[in-house]
Design a protein around this ligand. Structure first.
Ligand code: HEC
Length: 148
């Protein structure tokens, strides 16, 4: 099973030309990205993350559950938790070079299935822009996992 405290691979882009509709429209999400950067409050985000905890863990002991462990997810390549069984949709997005920056996270967390058709994350999305920004700020603080 996954030892979730393993560091994630750094973001990479294989330059694949697989077309993934939503990923190419960077401009569309620019506003959300700015909102996340400007307003994110990690303490509030910790509360928002309660909605994610049934499926996701963060922290030293984090393991993959229904969803992958999320340490270091901000800035990481998508689909990179070593032993997690991702959907084909996520694998294809990862191959196409999807990286979880503020913009892509904001889009995904607002409407997971619109952003990534076929994702197996059965979560309807966060309706409030502030919740999205705050949970991203919280996750951004969950980068460092001490190595043993
Ligand atoms: C019902 C379970 C469930 C809930 C609730 C849920 N997720 Fe997920 N999440 C998943 C699954 C399953 C995947 C893998 C999706 C795939 O492979 O298509 C995933 C994938 C992700 C990814 C991509 C991870 C990677 O390694 O690329 C992120 C980021 C994420 N979720 C964040 C969240 C956040 C933040 C919340 C709360 C706002 C949340 N999720 C709520 C099940 C869930």
């Amino acid at each position: 099973m996954a030892t979730a405290s393993e560091p994630r691979n750094t973001a990479h882009n294989k330059g694949s030309d697989h077309a993934i509709n939503q990923l190419s429209s960077g401009h569309r999400f620019a506003g959300l990205a700015h909102a996340a950067l400007a307003e994110g409050d990690a303490e509030k985000g910790e509360k928002v993350f309660r909605k994610c905890r049934s499926c996701h863990e963060v922290g030293q002991e984090a393991k993959d559950k229904t969803g992958p462990a999320l340490n270091g997810i901000v800035g990481a390549a998508a689909g990179a938790s070593p032993d997690f069984g991702y959907s084909n949709a996520m694998k294809e997005a990862a191959e196409a070079g999807l990286v979880w920056d503020e913009a892509s996270l904001a889009a995904f967390l607002t409407k997971p299935r619109d952003f990534l058709k076929g994702t197996q994350m059965s979560f309807p999305g966060l309706r409030k822009e502030a919740d999205v920004a705050n949970v991203i700020a919280y996750l951004a603080g969950q980068q460092a996992v001490a190595e043993n």
